[in-house]
Design a protein around this ligand. Structure first.
Ligand code: B12
Length: 211
C-alpha cells in the first residue's frame, strides 16, 4: 500500500510531503525507507506524465519537492551508513539526459563512504568522460540514465573506454529509472541497479575483493 508520503509527492502537496518527512524522521523512521517512498512518489508522477495527466510543469514541481525532501534526509542518510572504503569514482549523466536527482544521491552516499567522487554533471559527452577517466584513473565509472535516448551515448562512452585501453581494472555501474540488465549488457557494464545503496554496496564490496 502506498504511504502518505508517496501520495503527497504524487499529488504535488509540497507542505504535506515535507511535514511527513519531518514527522517520520522525528519518529525514528528509517531515512532509507523514507527516501524510497519519495522515489515511489516520483515514479507515480512519471506515470501520470506518461498518461498525459501531468505536464512538464508538474515534473518540475515534483523535482523541487524531491530535492527539498533529500536536503532534509541527507544528514540522516549519512548517519545511517556504516563501514569505510576507499576508491575513486566518476559519475555522469550522459549526453541527451538532464536528470540528476538520483545521481546526486549516489554521489552523497559514496562520499559518506570515503569514496573520492568526480561528478561530471549532466548531458556529458562520451569524449569528456573518457578524458576524465584518463586523468583520474578511477576504480569505477557510474552512469545514471533516466531517459532512453541517452542509451546510445552511454554505449559510445563504454566502447570508447575499451578502444582507448582504459577498461581494464575499471568497473562500470549503471543506475536510474530506465536502466535494466539488458541495458547493462548492451553497454558491457558490470552492474546495474535501481537502488543507490545497492550501488554503493557494490563499490565497497569490489574494493574489498581488490585488496
Ligand atoms: C523529475 C523528473 C524530471 C525533472 C528532472 C529534474 C532533475 N534535476 O533531475 C525534469 C522536469 C527536468 C524532467 C525533464 C524531462 N523528462 Co523527466 N522525469 C522525472 C521523473 C518524474 C522522476 C525522476 C527522478 O528523479 N526520480 C527519483 C530518483 C531518485 O530516482 P532515480 O533517478 O531512478 O534514482 C535512483 C536509482 O535509480 C539510483 N540511481 C540513479 N542513478 C544512478 C547511477 C548509479 C551509478 C547508481 C549506482 C544508481 C543510480 O539511485 C537513486 C536512488 O535510489 C521521471 C519519472 C520516473 N519514473 O523516473 C520522469 C522521466 C524520467 N522523464 C521523462 C521525460 C520524457 C522527460 C522529458 C523528455 C520531458 C519533456 N517533454 O521535456 C524531459 C527530459 C529532458 C532530457 N533531455 O533529459 C520520462 C523518460 C521516458 C523514457 N523512457 O525515456 C520519464 C520516465 C517520465 C515518463 N514516465 O514518461 N524530468
Amino acid at each position: 500500500m502506498a504511504s502518505d508520503l508517496e501520495l503527497h509527492i504524487e499529488k504535488l502537496e509540497r507542505d504535506e510531503a515535507i511535514a511527513s518527512v519531518n514527522q517520520r524522521l522525528a519518529g525514528d523512521g528509517d531515512p532509507v525507507a523514507i527516501l524510497a517512498d519519495c522515489r515511489a512518489g516520483m515514479t507515480n508522477v512519471g506515470e501520470l506524465f506518461q498518461q498525459g495527466d501531468y505536464y512538464l510543469a508538474e515534473l518540475l514541481l515534483s523535482a523541487e519537492i524531491f530535492k527539498e525532501a533529500v536536503k532534509i534526509l541527507e544528514p540522516h542518510l549519512i548517519g545511517s551508513q556504516q563501514g569505510a572504503a576507499r576508491g575513486k569514482i566518476i559519475l555522469a549523466t550522459m549526453r541527451g539526459d538532464i536528470h540528476d536527482l538520483g545521481k546526486n544521491i549516489v554521489a552523497t552516499l559514496l562520499r559518506v563512504q570515503s569514496f573520492e567522487v568526480y561528478d561530471l554533471g549532466v548531458n556529458v559527452e562520451p569524449a569528456e568522460l573518457v578524458e576524465k577517466v584518463k586523468e583520474v584513473q578511477p576504480d569505477f565509472v557510474g552512469l545514471s540514465a533516466l531517459i532512453t535516448t541517452s542509451f546510445d551515448s552511454a554505449k559510445e562512452a563504454a566502447d570508447l573506454l575499451v578502444e582507448k585501453g582504459l577498461r581494464q581494472g575499471l568497473k562500470i555501474l549503471v543506475g536510474g529509472g530506465v536502466t535494466t540488465p539488458t541495458f547493462r549488457d548492451y553497454i558491457g557494464a558490470d552492474f546495474q541497479t535501481l537502488d543507490a545503496t545497492a550501488g554503493v554496496d557494490y563499490c565497497i564490496e569490489s574494493m574489498r575483493v581488490a585488496v
